[in-house]
Structure formats: C-alpha cells, structure tokens
Design a protein around this ligand. Structure first.
Ligand code: ZN
Ligand code: FE
Length: 257
C-alpha cells in the first residue's frame, strides 16, 4: 500500500492509499475533490473507498463530487456521525475492521475533537514494518485537536489508544500544524532535548516548505506534551497531577496561545 499525501486548502492533508496490485485507491478525509480526482486519473486507478474520520467539512467536503465519478466507492465513517457525513454507507465502531487491498485497518473510537471521531490503524505487514495511523484531527504532530464536542477525559482516553500503538507507527494527521504546536510545546517543556531538536528540524523544514507529516508515535511520545500528561516535568509545569486535569489545563493554554 503506497500512501500519497495531497496538501490542500491552507493546511489540510488528504491521503490517497494506493494498492499497486489491484490499482485501486482509497482516500482518507477528502477535503476537496479536484486534486484527488487528478491524482487518481494520473494513476489510472479506481476509487473504491472513502475513509472519513469525522464530519467536519474540511474532511468530508469532497465526498459528493468523488461519488459522481466513482459511484461504487464506499463511504466509511463513525456510527455516531450518522447524518453528518455526506453519503455515509458504513457506520463504524471501536473494534471494527475495514479492508483495503491486502491490508486491514482496525477502527478506534476516539472522541474529543468531535463526539463521533474515529481513527483507522493499519498494522504492519511484517514485524519490522511500519504501521499506519490515520487519526484525522485527534492527534497532531506536536499537538492535538481542539475539544469541540468532548472533554479532557474523552481526549485522554482517545490519545491513550494511540500512545499504546507501536513506536514504529506513522502518524498521518490531517493538518500541517506542527510548527505552531512545537512553538507552544517548548514553552511548557523547555528542557526536553528531543523537543528542542525537533523544533529546530521543523523550523528548517517549514522554511523550505517540506511537509512534517507523517510523524511517528515514537517521536510524538518523546515530544508532544498532549501525550505526556503523566510526565513529571509536564505535571510540574501545570501544577497539577491527575491526567485529565493536566491535559485540560494544557489544552486550555494552547487554545489561548
Ligand atoms: Zn476537525
Ligand atoms: Fe480539520
């Protein structure tokens, strides 16, 4: 499965999954249709699935138009998004699996950003390979999504699921927010050398307009304060102890950063 990253709008990423054996593609969170249609045409491929993580327009805005060209494509989303995702046909819950080509993804229910948000995790094919996580607006590189329809407790539970994935999991999040996230993170976790290094790297990359996505679970666990609510330094910086409260204060500070 090849993964093609398509940058769209001001900071969104659409991901195209390409199964080379069958020349089928699936798309994750098509914000807009045009660049997706163009890429599929370039590949001479057939669109068989639309995997939506949540109902926000910058994730489902392309559904309708894509179905005009590929009426057999199946639209997946979370069960609680029923009525909010255009043309949704499959209603997924935690523990469900979806198939694409020779790969199978586990579905995680990850409320917090919205109450219906789901993520798709493709485990590695070989023990030494990468797993692929499509997490929409739940986990970002260096940050996490805003709590529009959920509580800190929801989000801590959701992010815990990601934190438990193997280090060798690529994180395909839906926005290029990494630089501003890390600029915030360094104000909280100043002495973290992995974070200092990462910020420096990302500053350089963004100056050259190099995408910072995918990230990995390994680097996120080392540098993303929103996965580090139980780290002594973070707890100390927040002056709090319980995970939900540490996380809640961190999220509040980021909202006003
Ligand atoms: Zn969103
Ligand atoms: Fe979004």
């Amino acid at each position: 499965m090849n993964i093609i990253r398509i940058p769209v709008l001001s900071d969104n990423y659409i991901f195209l999954l390409h199964d080379v054996n069958t020349n089928q593609v699936a798309v994750v969170d098509p914000a807009i249709p045009e660049p997706v249609l163009m890429e599929i045409k370039n590949l001479g491929a057939d669109l068989v699935a639309i995997f939506n993580t949540h109902h926000h327009f910058d994730h489902v805005g392309g559904n309708q138009e894509l179905l005009k060209y590929y009426p057999n494509a199946v639209v997946y989303g979370g069960i609680k998004d029923k009525g909010r995702i255009p043309h949704q046909q499959v209603f997924l819950e935690e523990g469900d699996t979806v198939e694409f080509g020779d790969r199978k993804a586990d579905v995680y229910f990850v409320p917090g950003h919205t109450y219906a948000h789901i993520a798709y995790y493709f485990p590695p094919v070989e023990a030494s390979g990468w797993g692929e996580l499509f997490c929409g607006d739940t986990l970002f590189a260096g940050g996490c999504g805003r709590l529009f329809e959920g509580t800190p407790t929801d989000m801590v539970n959701s992010l815990t699921k990601f934190r438990n994935l193997p280090d060798s999991t690529r994180v395909w999040c839906a926005h290029e927010y990494t630089l501003s996230n890390l600029k915030f993170a360094i104000t909280i976790d100043k002495d973290n050398q992995d974070l200092q290094q990462r910020l420096q790297q990302v500053v350089g990359d963004r100056q050259k307009e190099i995408p910072t996505i995918p990230s990995s679970i390994k680097i996120e666990k080392l540098t993303n304060p929103f996965l580090r609510w139980d780290n002594p330094k973070i707890k100390q910086a927040m002056g709090l102890n319980e995970p939900e409260r540490v996380f809640g204060r961190l999220r509040g500070m980021k909202d006003n950063f």
